[in-house]
Write a protein that binds this ligand. Structure first.
Ligand code: SDX
Length: 443
């Protein structure tokens, strides 16, 4: 195979797997690729050319769409690594901008690199002033995710000097601009929805402090950022930063594979994340808890979640990959207690209700047999609501944090010599060719 079409050297092995078509007796021997950790991979790229067959894998449950060095997940063991560092270590010992550096540059920064990166991001936090007009085109009651999709996509109309995907420098500047401006745009979407003036970023505040300041300060009085809330916010950003080839990251990669500019790709990722089965689940969890209302009604909703004829699902439970506890949920569960204690909301009824719902669900074999454990979205909404965020902003915060993961994966895809435009095939079960019927002859 040509250099361009091989997976990386470190994945190459002499191992093979053979596929036999029992219909024709034909066999095809395919290369097996080795990961650093995780399942081995069968390279099936020659399958159609040599056997005239496709594989069928709706939802990509058994399909590796790319080779990546960024994030590793072990669903059975509940492991999440970013460039080899565990999410537990990063959540406890790192900060969000350091994790951004790690995801972008494959190593933890030294002191000077960290200072320089923080300065770079800080100096990109302002938004082109003319972009503020976009917000006024939305109804005040527009969902903030609708605003995010529109305004982030529109960045490609303003930052022309960082849209050339073939220029490594422009790819880097686009990455920095997106990481830096997402908090500013997110806070503006919120301020617009409540009719308050936009708050400009401040260069003397940390990333999380700046975001809280842009969200909750008003021109009429001094706003003091709580260090505890800033730390909790920073930790929540870390926990949502990247997550392998999830639906929105795959959307960004697929959009990027056509050569679309980075701002358009990230807008596509925001749109995909919005779905309640994905990043929209944190908002759906709060809505569900408010609908359950009391511990007495939990059995009624557990029953509905198990009923095949009822579309209701227990939001914040289950995961395509984690068939054990989502390690991010464990960290968030502890953070929920810390933040609510700090805010003097220890007896927050929603947290009590969530804990009781979790206890009952995990004693029910429907959930344990199907390995449906709480995921990252189950506790995040409770913390965010306690911090003062409206439910409609929960997925915006997820998108804010996930932007670094999306852009790191997008850059990896652009720089991967093997990648080409993504274009899956299908199992066609429609009508075979048939003649056109004139309208006079139709029944
Ligand atoms: C995120 O991919 C990622 O990494 C995503 C994410 C990230 O960081 O990017 O981790 C973020 O999206 C977390 C997931 C948030 N979504 C929710 O909390 C919504 C509720 N969860 C479900 O919609 C569901 O669990 C999914 C979408 C998360 C996973 O769906 P799968 O892997 O396609 O599993 P499935 O739908 O095939 O379910 C398997 C079985 C089914 O029953 P059977 O048909 O086998 O009898 O489990 C049932 C499902 O009906 N099931 C649930 C359930 N989730 C799955 N039943 C009740 N409540 C649920 N929550």
């Amino acid at each position: 195979m040509s250099e361009r079409s091989m997976a990386s050297e470190k994945a190459q092995t002499n191992e093979t797997a053979t596929l036999t078509d029992n219909q024709t007796g034909e066999s095809l021997t395919l290369p097996v690729l080795h990961p650093t950790i995780g399942p081995r991979v069968i390279d099936i790229r020659r399958l159609y050319a040599e056997m005239g067959m496709f594989t069928y894998d709706p939802g990509f449950t058994s399909t590796a769409s790319c080779e990546s060095d960024i994030t590793f997940i072990d669903g059975e063991e509940g492991v999440l690594l970013h460039r080899g560092y565990s999410i537990e270590d990063l959540a406890e010992k790192s900060d969000f901008l350091e994790v951004c550096y790690l995801l972008l540059y494959d190593k933890l920064p030294n002191k000077q690199q960290k200072v320089d990166f923080e300065n770079t991001i800080t100096l990109h936090t302002m938004l082109h002033e003319q972009m503020t007009s976009f917000f006024r085109g939305f109804r005040r009651d527009a969902h903030p995710m609708a605003i995010m999709v529109g305004v982030v996509g529109a960045m490609s109309a303003f930052y022309h000097d960082s849209t050339d995907i073939n220029d490594p420098y422009q790819r880097m500047v686009a990455s920095h601009r997106l990481i830096a401006k997402m908090p500013t745009i997110s806070a503006m979407a919120y301020k617009y929805s409540i009719g308050q003036p936009f708050v400009y970023p401040r260069n003397d505040l940390s990333y999380a402090e700046n975001f809280l300041h842009m969200m909750f300060s008003v021109p009429c009085e001094e706003y003091k950022v709580s260090p505890t809330l800033a730390k909790a916010m920073d930790r929540i950003f870390i926990l949502h930063a990247d997550h392998e080839q999830n639906a929105s990251t795959s959307t960004v990669r697929l959009a990027g594979s056509s050569g679309a500019n980075p701002f358009a790709c990230i807008a596509a990722g925001i749109a995909s994340l919005w779905g309640p089965a994905h990043g929209g689940a944190n908002e759906a969890v709060l809505t569900m808890l408010q609908e359950i209302g009391s511990k007495e009604r939990i059995p009624e909703f557990i029953k509905r979640a198990k009923d095949k004829d009822d579309p209701f699902r227990l939001m914040g439970f289950g995961h395509r990959v984690y068939k054990n506890y989502d390690p991010r949920a464990s960290v968030l569960r502890q953070s929920a207690h810390d933040v609510l204690d700090e805010l003097g909301k220890r007896d927050e009824p929603l947290l009590e209700l969530a804990m009781e719902l979790e206890r009952i669900a995990l004693e029910d074999e429907y959930f344990t047999d199907k390995k449906l454990f709480p995921n990252v979205d189950f506790y995040s909404g409770i913390i965010l609501q306690a911090m003062g965020f409206p439910t409609s902003m929960f997925t915006v915060l997820f998108a804010l944090a996930r932007t670094v993961g999306w852009i790191a994966q997008w850059r990896e895809m652009i720089e991967d010599p093997v990648q080409k435009i993504g274009r899956p095939r299908q199992l066609y079960t429609g009508e075979p060719k048939r003649p056109y019927v004139p309208i006079e002859e139709r029944s």
